[in-house]
Ligand binder design. Structure first.
Ligand SMILES: Nc1nc2c(c(=O)[nH]1)N[C@H]1C(S)=C(S)[C@@H](COP(=O)(O)O)O[C@H]1N2
Ligand SMILES: [Mo]
Length: 411
């Protein structure tokens, strides 16, 4: 991993993305509607989608949408390690007017609103604050939306709308303390350098409760996995809200406003609402559901080395492995079933890289009977929250965390 001072050296240079002339970013500034307006199918199913290498600082990615970019991590990447490489880390933007370069010398982070002393911080000033670092899962609220039944509109992600990185940055609390939050502050609102291509498109802005913003964990990150952030993942600064859905993880963060009342902007009051029920679950058509802003991550787990439809040999020991995460707390236990959930066995857990990150798990079993079998994996987090056996559902396609099933053939 690079030292943070070498990251500082890299940041102190003007950053221009020369690859941007390629098919990817050159088109970003052209008008397009937000993804919430369209419904994209998964042609041929989640394993049969176009792969692109056209985006700067990105390797092979599943192309969900070019403009604004929505790139999914191909699932096999999650088998390669618990940290998702920056060049394979998923990308999601709401609006298409995204700067294709950021001048790190003139860049400023503004802190204003209900504070004693408004700030305009250069990257050097910001990076002079104490650094913190931890692993955390960045997961889109709509990750796995493509599997919802009945179907729901929105970006039709497979399971790769998530990633785990080791984030480095400064505490949001330290920045807020420097500005001096006034008594009576209610929320802290974040916005970035991206904009809507149409005049009536509401700018993407998100808020956290002031106590959450000052918890000492919420981070203004300048690096992921020891490198500066890829432009599409929010260069030069992004918010990291560990244990919470990625919608709050503002990219290209350049404005922090302390509010003395609740934020009623579109992205807090109308979009990103979930039923206030366990796992945000409700019935299609159900009425009288109380809606609240989406918040904490659910626990999830996946098999990463056996694909649906694989053939295993009867009488031959098989090794299965994968990743799990607890959500807003650590992984307590991962259980594996080789018989469609009739019997469960505790899997061995890999190294604990921190409670907000991915955790490796592995198990071994010997298939006995020839025929069809269903492999399953189930995560229980440190709060005792366990993945549901039946798929949770809501009309926005948020927070899917059903126990995953992998059908295989034993031959
Ligand atoms: N500035 C900005 N930040 C943003 C968004 C955005 O549209 N603009 N989208 C959010 C959403 S919904 C997600 S899922 C994550 C995606 O982060 P990533 O692209 O780094 O994976 O960014 C979040 N931060
Ligand atoms: Mo998202």
């Amino acid at each position: 991993m690079r030292s943070t001072s070498s990251i500082a050296d890299a940041l102190s240079r003007r950053v221009l993305l020369r690859q941007a002339g390629a098919a990817g970013l050159a088109t970003l500034a052209m008008p397009a509607w937000a993804e919430t307006m369209v419904s994209l199918p998964l042609p041929g199913g989640p394993d049969d989608r176009p792969i692109t290498t056209a985006f700067p600082q990105k390797g092979a990615m599943v192309l969900q949408r070019a403009r604004p970019p929505m790139l999914e991590t191909p699932f096999e990447v999650f088998d390669q390690g618990v940290f998702t490489p920056n060049d394979r880390f998923f990308v999601r933007w709401h609006w298409s007017v995204i700067p294709t370069n950021v001048d790190v010398d003139s860049f400023r982070l503004a802190v204003h609103g209900h504070v004693d002393k408004p700030l305009s911080l250069s990257l050097k000033e910001l990076m002079a604050l104490p650094h913190i670092e931890y692993a955390a899962v960045d997961e889109c609220s709509g990750n796995s939306r493509g599997f919802f039944q009945p179907r729901v509109p929105g970006g039709e992600w497979g399971n790769g709308g998530m990633g785990n990185a080791r984030w480095t940055g400064v505490r949001l609390k330290d920045v807020l303390d420097r500005a001096g939050v006034k008594p009576g502050a209610v929320q802290v609102r974040f916005s970035g350098l991206d904009n809507a291509p149409v005049a009536d498109g509401p700018k993407f802005i998100k808020s956290l409760a002031v106590d959450h913003a000052r918890d000492g964990e919420v981070m203004i990150a300048f690096a992921m996995n020891g490198q500066q952030l890829p432009l599409l993942n929010g260069f030069p600064l992004r918010l990291v809200v560990p244990g919470w859905y990625a919608t709050y993880w503002m990219k290209m963060l350049n404005d922090i406003e302390v509010l003395d009342s609740l934020d009623t902007n579109f992205w807090m009051k109308t979009a990103y609402l979930i039923p206030d029920t366990p796992h945000a679950d409700m019935k299609p058509g159900q009425t009288g559901v109380n809606l609240v802003p989406i918040n904490r991550l659910n626990p999830r787990s996946f098999i990463t080395n056996v694909k649906a439809g694989a053939t295993l040999l009867a009488g031959k020991p098989a090794a299965v492995r994968g990743i799990a995460f607890g959500g807003d707390t650590g992984v307590k236990q991962v259980d594996f079933s080789a018989d469609g959930g009739n019997s469960w066995h505790a899997a061995r857990l890999g190294k604990d890289e921190g409670k907000y990150g991915f955790r490796r798990w592995e198990s071994r079993f010997t298939p006995k009977t020839k025929g069809n079998a269903v492999l399953m994996v189930r995560c229980t987090n440190s709060n005792g929250d366990v993945q549901p056996a039946a798929a949770n559902w809501n009309p926005s396609g948020f927070m899917r965390n059903v126990i995953e099933s992998t059908p295989v053939t034993v031959a």
